[in-house]
Design a protein. Sequence first.
Length: 150
Amino acid sequence: MNIGDKIPALLGMNENGEEVKASDFAGKKLVLYFYPKDSTAGCTAEACSLRDHYDDLKNAGYEVLGVSVDSDKSHQKFIEKNNLPFNLIADTEKKLVEAFGVWAEKKMYGRSYMGTLRTTFIINEQGEVEKIYTPKEIKTKIHAEQILDK
């Protein structure tokens, strides 16, 4: 997915098993953020930054939607534990992470494995990618401020 590309019509299923569509966000800007795993330190910091600045993001015209390959049950626990005010897509079949090009080989402690690259896509009111924050650019503890400063 590159700047100017239209996002898919069907984004996936949220933590409650409900379909999430691009049309749900028509006329709004969308912070679509991909993260590796529920309840890990960096992912919790990022989600809490977005939670803590949720009102500021909404006032700036944004909706927030998180995506990981975790299950809906895992997402429900993550939302409850951290009091998150936004939905999380359970991309267990990896359709969305692959469509956005964020499912890739990663390395840790000398071993290679497939995983989600922490990436945020800012989607404009027409459903097109407007800005991309790459894994190297994202500072999890202040990610909402990064988006609001753009």
